[in-house]
Write a protein that binds this ligand. Structure first.
Ligand code: PLP
Length: 394
């Protein structure tokens, strides 16, 4: 008997070319591996691309979310709200600052935080004197939430907005690039290898306000300033070429990482275009199967970080778990984005109950993430569909 080698297809992967490798090697051969000129070149390239005034790079989007909260003054006694359908980092950042976290249920079509639920929750919170200081809407899969409506609510109720656009660099909302902060104080991107462009590990904060930029820059690097104007003790006789004026962190990105990011920026539009081709193929090829393909809001041009399907469980005999396992056993490395954050054991200990956000729960019980990355070949996509069709057969 001949043993066939099984093709395995991951749900996501980075795309690295020779130019990326050369860019990293040239930093390795240079004077500065960190705190050199490539970090600021990468920051400028992202700020220019997104049409934002300031871009500040960090070593992950998790760090970015943490210091975004700090820069907006989040602390003990404050409340932060986010979507339950996100990576845990969108919620953890509030807890790092000693604040409380709460969740706004999702829209059943876009799977982003629902403006209707937000609106109702705000009304109630105002009555109870428990309004959030900051809201963190997440651009799930790279599709923008209804930012214009969220922004209008922020004006009415006085909360600030951090966009967790970890999935969304290269995507657009109402014809403008995500990251221009038209509807937020700060936008955050992730450059983890599964995301749209990568630096290995890395993240970026964007803002149009110079005071926020200054605060973020301080928190990124130990709370230290070397600008005389910002120093709190006036240096008279002693040498004070830097002063620590806040409790900050070392969240800096190195020039090695930034070189990869700067090189990847050149192919960002190409990556997103390829993702759209793959998504369109899936939309067509999956149309006869007992699943829902991703709904796209007309205001959104998604970066298509993820391609999510929802199983029509009443039309198939298998459970979600069986479909997941059958696909993985056949080399299709599907995933699940995401388990509602409040269902994690750590959050359970904080008192959150199963069923807290009903839309998020029903989403969680039906969703699967299919493979999606720029280098995914049409033949591989056909293979994914073939296996999926077999698995879903009665
Ligand atoms: C990946 C991700 C993060 C964290 O990004 P890191 O760069 O890995 O720290 C945060 N939020 C969302 C929605 C993500 O997908």
């Amino acid at each position: 008997m001949t043993k066939k080698t099984m093709i395995t297809i991951p749900y996501a992967r980075q795309e690295i070319n020779e130019a990326d490798i050369d860019a990293v090697v040239s930093v390795l051969k240079s004077e500065f591996l960190t705190q050199g000129s490539i970090v600021s070149a990468f920051e400028k390239s992202v700020a220019d691309y997104c049409d934002a005034k300031h871009a500040i790079s960090v070593n992950s989007a998790t760090s970015a979310l943490h210091i975004a909260c700090l820069a907006l003054g989040v602390g003990k006694g404050d409340i932060v709200w986010t979507s339950p359908i996100t990576f845990v980092a969108s919620a953890n950042c509030a807890l790092y600052c000693g604040a409380e976290i709460d969740f706004v249920d999702i829209d059943p079509y876009t799977y982003n935080l629902s403006v209707e639920c937000l609106s109702k929750k705000l009304e109630l919170a105002e009555k109870n004197g428990k309004l959030p200081k900051v809201l963190i809407p997440v651009h799930l899969c790279g599709q923008s939430p209804d930012m214009a409506s969220i922004y209008a609510l922020s004006k009415k109720y006085g909360f600030k907005i951090i966009e967790d656009a970890s999935h969304a660099i290269g995507g657009k909302y109402k014809g403008e690039l995500i990251g221009n902060c038209r509807y937020s104080h700060i936008t955050v991107f992730s450059f983890h290898p599964v995301k749209i462009i990568t630096t290995g590990e890395g993240g970026m904060l964007l803002t149009n306000q110079s005071s926020i930029c200054k605060s973020i820059s301080l928190f990124r690097s130990h709370g230290i300033t070397s600008e005389r104007a910002d120093m709190l003790q006036k240096p008279a006789k002693e040498i004070w070429n830097y002063q620590q004026i806040e409790l900050g962190f070392n969240y800096r990105m190195s020039d090695i990482h930034a070189a990869l990011g700067l090189s990847q920026m050149k192919r960002l539009d190409e990556f997103v275009t390829k993702r759209h081709i793959i998504a369109n193929n899936y939309d067509q090829l999956l149309s006869n199967l007992p699943i829902f393909t991703p709904f796209q809001n007309k205001d959104s041009y998604s970066s298509y970080h993820l391609y999510l399907i929802r199983l029509k469980l009443h039309e198939i005999t298998k459970s979600q778990k069986q479909v997941y396992e059958d696909l993985r056993n056949n080399g299709i490395m599907v995933n699940l984005h995401y388990i509602p954050v409040y269902r994690q054991p750590y959050y359970k200990r904080k008192g959150f109950k199963v069923g807290y956000c009903p839309n998020a729960e029903s989403y969680f019980s039906e969703v699967l993430t299919l493979p999606m990355y720029p280098a995914l070949e049409k033949t591989e996509q056909d293979h994914v569909i073939k296996i999926l069709s077999k698995v879903l057969e009665k």
